[in-house]
Design a binder for this molecule. Structure first.
Ligand code: UD1
Ligand code: CA
Length: 460
């Protein structure tokens, strides 16, 4: 089939009360426009024409980021309505084949519904097919008017409805499939004699039907996915619908979610068997969990892979890190980008890592900063250990070899190396290389004074 798609994305989105164009607001970390573009491309169209207008440059750069030669942007000079918007795309469309019109503010439309709509058009040899659904509360949507024999005669906008028409529950999703030649013929005939003085694309239905053309409607059951987003309330509803769908898919695949209503995925999550995710976790980017991985409540995880049998305790924040098997992290750990943790590593509460490699079995239990560090196997990092990796201008590397014992409250002034098996006493500031198996201690001699009197406040 010769399919071309038009995506309407020029509107202001007044009801969002935002400087950002409406269709760039995000659902699950991805703009609504991007959701619709991804859906459109799954239909294998020859071309996708995106109509931009309000803050068009922002819309166009979002499209350009996909680097797909089938995507073409067209400018609508003034936002005069959805029919006027399609007019802006008309020069890009061929005179034959089928045109599918999508609204960029309807981000969750299932591909299956769009395929079914295109099939309906073909099977009935219709001129136009509308995607509709039934809503308990149809307020704000265009209503589908049908004649006594049930065929669609027109779409009437909420603001133009009579009291009787307002009772109709079948609504217009906005999505239509139309024969390209009919679009070319009837689009220029649409006027703006209506409550909003706008050129309504929805008038196409009435014009074709009145001219004895064939119009049919496909009523979808996926009402929660066909709802448009015009304000922040509807944006939040779309987000919850999408998150619920992802949660259901993951549970279907065997992931245990403590509460599917309190789970957020803004990207992709791959997983093995027997993973458990407690409440209020947010996964972003591309994350991978092995088998039997447990994620505690409130963890924020971005672009990480976590191998089998690892336990991430509550309120851990981690990004761009690779965790091997049986690692135990947190609670309250912070892994900034660039860490690799080998098997059996333990990173405890209030430990911050950045560009650190921790060897097998190494432990950093409490209150430490390990940055730009190459740390061997079976190293013990005492509480309060700090790698001083920044000299005010440049970053430097700390190397700690296998079996080193770093006492509590140690400062490692980088660049510095601690050789295999060395022991660093508590409270030491290490400024030069520590030889293998050596002890280093930099405390001044202890002073013990008996009957010491602390200074006291003078009485007035
Ligand atoms: C529209 C439909 C309504 C349908 C509803 C479904 C019309 C006239 N009405 O109403 O029947 O039930 O969607 O959600 O089509 N846009 C432009 N240029 C414009 C105006 C709008 O590109 O000049 C774009 C917007 O960016 C948006 C889409 O078209 O993505 C729909 O516009 P919007 O104003 O939200 O239409 P609704 O009032 O929701
Ligand atoms: Ca809308």
């Amino acid at each position: 089939m010769n399919l071309e798609i038009v995506i309407l994305a020029a509107g202001l989105g007044k009801r969002m009360h935002s400087a950002l164009p409406k269709v760039l607001h995000q659902v699950a970390g991805k703009s609504m426009l991007r959701h619709v573009l991804d859906t459109a491309l799954q239909l294998n169209p020859r071309k996708v024409a995106i109509v931009s207008g309000h803050k068009g440059e922002l819309i166009e750069s979002e499209v350009a980021a996909l680097q797909d030669p089938r995507l073409i942007c067209c400018r609508q000079a003034q936002q005069l309505g959805t029919a006027d918007a399609v007019k802006a795309a008309l020069p890009q469309l061929s005179a034959e084949g089928t045109v599918l019109v999508l609204y960029a503010d309807t981000p969750l439309t299932p591909v299956s519904d769009l395929n079914a709509l295109l099939q309906t058009l073909e099977q009935h040899n219709a001129d136009l097919a509308l995607l509709t659904c039934k809503l308990d509360n149809p307020f704000g949507y265009g209503r589908i008017l049908r004649t006594v024999d049930g065929s669609v005669s027109a779409v009437v906008e909420e603001k133009d409805c009579t009291e009787e028409q307002r009772q109709i529950k079948e609504i217009n999703s906005g999505i239509i499939a139309v024969k390209a030649d009919k679009l070319q013929t009837y689009l220029p005939c649409i006027g703006c004699d209506n409550a909003q003085h706008e050129y309504y694309l929805t008038d196409l239905t009435g014009l074709i039907a009145a001219d004895q053309g064939k119009v049919c409607a496909l009523c979808s059951d996926n009402f929660s996915r066909l709802q448009g987003v015009n304000n922040k309330l509807q944006l939040a509803a779309a987000e919850r619908t999408y998150q619920r769908l992802q949660a259901e898919r993951l549970m279907g695949e065997g992931v245990t979610l403590a509460d599917p209503e309190r789970f957020d995925l803004r990207g992709e999550l791959l997983h093995g068997d027997d993973c458990f995710i407690d409440v209020n976790c947010v996964f972003s980017g591309h994350c991978v969990l092995g088998h039997n991985v447990s994620i505690g409540a409130g963890c924020i995880i971005t672009d990480c892979d976590i191998a089998d049998n690892s336990v991430i305790s509550p309120y851990t924040v981690m990004e761009q890190s690779h965790l091997k098997q049986r690692t135990t992290i947190g609670p309250f750990a912070r892994l900034r980008p660039g860490n690799t943790l080998e098997d059996d590593v333990h990173v405890g509460n209030f430990v911050e890592l950045k560009k650190a490699h921790l060897g097998k079995g190494t432990k950093a239990g409490h209150l430490s900063y390990l940055g730009d560090s190459e740390i061997g196997a079976d190293v013990n990092i005492g509480a309060g250990t700090i790698t001083c990796n920044y000299d005010g201008a440049n970053k430097h590397q700390t190397v700690i070899e296998d079996d080193v014992f770093v006492g509590s409250d140690t400062q490692l002034v980088a660049p510095v190396t601690v050789r295999k098996g060395a022991t660093i006493a508590a409270g030491t500031t290490v400024t030069k290389e520590v030889p293998a198996e050596a002890l280093v201690l930099t405390r001044t001699r202890a002073l013990y004074k008996s009957h010491y009197q602390r200074p006291r406040k003078q009485k007035k």
